[in-house]
Design a protein. Structure first.
Length: 307
């Protein structure tokens, strides 16, 4: 049976239950997005590594972001594709906790990394002459490392509390991957402590970086408005417009999901919004960044068409 010592041994992920023709359409759509996203991000990571002219903090962070998106989509989408194909929606308890751990770690890392990128743009636009001294490569490496470190550490802390809860059934998760709020809704033990830890860490990992992003952009916009020529303003803005677009999509969907987990769970909106930041954002990021950035575009063209 699925129950061992008051513990559910596996969960069933509902996914997207629809009619067979629609299932096929969704499968093809998700598969196409998954393959394209993997290809785009892998291309960006390798291009940035292999192009000496892109060995600058801005592109260093972009490479980390693409690597993160590559990992992100591999944590959530393959299982979903498998469920479409085999109709097997079961996931073991350990599998579910592992997926949850990596998912939270990557989500938190992305929040911090986007804040680091905003700070980098702030220095480049507001302190252009001192920029090389203010953002040496050693600092860029430390900032990237602390983004990853803080993400994985906060995920471990969340998981310590979530995995201590007992699950005695039902074991059906109305989602396409193991996420916090649907899991907390299934526990049969007191979840107040776990919810509090989740909420506090979400505050630290989502709102603090968001604060850094907002204050960086407030300073950037003030600096851009002081530029006398329209062309100068346009040029300055174009270097951070792509980052701003990604930040808006990512943070709005993340905040919308985590600001009201209890209410959200009763709707199916939760799943749709999760698709936004687990599937659509990783898909759009490379496109947004590369279409707006001539240097990356040229380097990509070279690496794809050969030297």
């Amino acid at each position: 049976g699925n129950w061992s010592g008051g513990h559910v041994a596996e969960f069933i992920l509902v996914g997207f239950p629809t009619s067979p023709p629609l299932q096929l359409l969704l499968f093809v759509l998700f598969l196409a997005i998954y393959l394209l996203t993997s290809l785009e991000n892998a291309l960006i990571v390798s291009t940035i590594r292999l192009t000496p002219s892109l060995h600058r903090p801005m592109y260093f962070f972009l490479g980390h972001l693409s690597f993160l998106e590559l990992w992100y989509i591999n944590v959530t989408v393959p299982r979903l594709l498998g469920a479409f194909l085999t109709q097997d929606r079961r996931v073991s308890y350990v599998g579910c906790m592992t997926q949850l751990y990596f998912f939270i770690a990557l989500a938190c890392t992305e929040c911090v990394l986007l804040a680091v990128m905003a700070y980098d743009r702030y220095l480049a636009i507001c302190e252009p002459l001192r920029y090389p001294n203010l953002m040496p490569s050693g600092l860029a490496i430390r900032l990237a490392a602390s983004s990853w470190g803080s993400g994985f550490l906060s995920s471990m802390m969340k998981l310590l509390f979530i995995s201590r809860l007992s699950y005695c059934g039902p074991n059906i998760i109305n989602h396409f991957f193991c996420d916090i709020s649907p899991l907390l809704n299934l526990t049969c033990s007191d979840k107040e402590q776990a919810e509090l830890v989740d909420f506090l860490l979400a505050l630290v990992m989502i709102l603090l970086p968001l604060l850094a992003v907002v204050s960086s952009y407030a300073a950037i916009i003030a600096a851009i408005l002081r530029i006398p020529t329209a062309q100068g303003r346009r040029k300055a803005f174009s270097t951070c417009a792509s980052h701003l677009a990604v930040v808006v999509i990512y943070y709005s969907s993340t905040l919308f999901t985590y600001a009201r987990p209890q209410a959200m769970y009763t709707f199916n909106h939760n799943k749709v919004i999760s698709v936004l930041y687990t599937v659509i954002v990783p898909f759009l990021n490379p496109a947004i960044y590369c279409l707006r950035n001539k240097e990356v575009k040229d380097a990509l063209r070279k690496s794809v068409l050969g030297r």
